[in-house]
Design a protein around this ligand. Structure first.
Ligand SMILES: C[S@@+](CC[C@H](N)C(=O)[O-])C[C@H]1O[C@@H](n2cnc3c(N)ncnc32)[C@H](O)[C@@H]1O
Length: 200
C-alpha cells in the first residue's frame, strides 16, 4: 500500500476533481456532494485535531483548530505541506500512532477506515480512542454498483496496477459499527460519522 500511495500522490486529487483517468467516470451529483462534504468538515467545531492518513490534505485544509496531519507516504505529505501550511505534518503509521494518550480532542480520518480489514480495523479504532476522545470518519457511501466490500484493481497513470481492499458504508451502519455515533454527512457519494466511545 505504501508503494501504491507514494506513486499515486501526484495524481491523487484527480479522483476528487474528476480529471485525468476519472474524467470519463459518470458520477452524477459528485461535485455537489463533495462541496457538501467539505462544508460539513469545515463546520466541525475548532479543536486539537489529528488527521490520520491525510493524503494530499484535500480535506485537511477544511479542518479548524490546531491541526496535526499524519500519513505514511512521504510524497503525500509533500503535497499536504503545500496545501495546509499551518498544519504540523507527521510521518507515521496509523496503527501505531506516535502520540501520547489523549493528545487530541478529535481524530479525523478520510477514506482510510474503509481500506482496513481485521485485525487492522480493530487496532485502528483502539489507537484512535487512545489518542482522542472523538473519532470522525469520512468514507465512501454504499452504492448499488459496488459490493459492500470488494477488492478493486487500481491503475495509475504510469500503467502500474494494484489490488486494493475497499468498503462502502451506509451512514447508520457505520455509526453502529463504531459502537454508536452521530451521522454528520450522508449523501450519494460520502458519509461522515462522529463517534465518542466504543461500547461494543
Ligand atoms: C485513500 S487515501 C485518503 C487520503 C485523504 N485522507 C482523503 O480523504 O482524501 C489513503 C491514505 O492513507 C495513507 N495510509 C495508508 N496506510 C496507512 C498507514 N498504515 N498509516 C498512515 N497512513 C496510511 C496513504 O498513504 C494515503 O495517503
Amino acid at each position: 500500500m505504501k508503494h501504491y500511495y507514494d506513486n499515486r500522490a501526484p495524481e491523487y486529487d484527480d479522483w476528487y476533481r474528476g480529471i485525468g483517468r476519472f474524467a470519463r467516470r459518470d458520477r452524477p451529483g459528485w461535485d455537489e456532494d463533495l462541496q457538501g462534504l467539505q462544508d460539513d468538515v469545515a463546520a466541525l467545531a475548532p479543536a486539537r485535531t489529528l488527521d490520520v492518513a491525510c493524503g494530499t490534505g484535500f480535506l485537511t485544509r477544511h479542518l479548524r483548530g490546531e491541526i496535526t496531519a499524519l500519513d505514511q507516504s512521504e510524497r503525500m505529505l509533500e503535497v499536504a505541506a503545500e496545501r495546509v501550511p499551518g498544519a504540523e505534518l507527521v510521518s507515521g503509521d496509523a496503527l501505531s500512532l506516535p502520540f501520547d494518550d489523549d493528545s487530541f480532542d478529535r481524530l479525523f480520518t478520510g477514506h482510510f477506515y474503509g481500506h482496513l480489514q481485521d485485525p487492522d480495523r480493530e487496532a485502528f479504532i483502539t489507537e484512535a480512542h487512545r489518542v482522542a476522545s472523538e473519532l470522525v470518519i469520512v468514507d465512501s457511501a454504499r452504492r448499488p454498483d459496488h459490493e459492500p466490500e470488494e477488492w478493486q484493481e487500481r491503475v495509475l497513470n504510469d500503467g502500474s496496477r494494484y489490488e486494493v481492499y475497499k468498503r462502502f458504508f451506509e451512514p447508520d451502519g457505520l455509526a453502529h459499527e463504531l459502537g454508536g455515533g452521530t451521522v454528520l454527512h450522508a449523501s450519494r457519494w460520502f458519509v461522515m460519522v462522529s463517534s465518542r466511545s466504543r461500547q461494543g
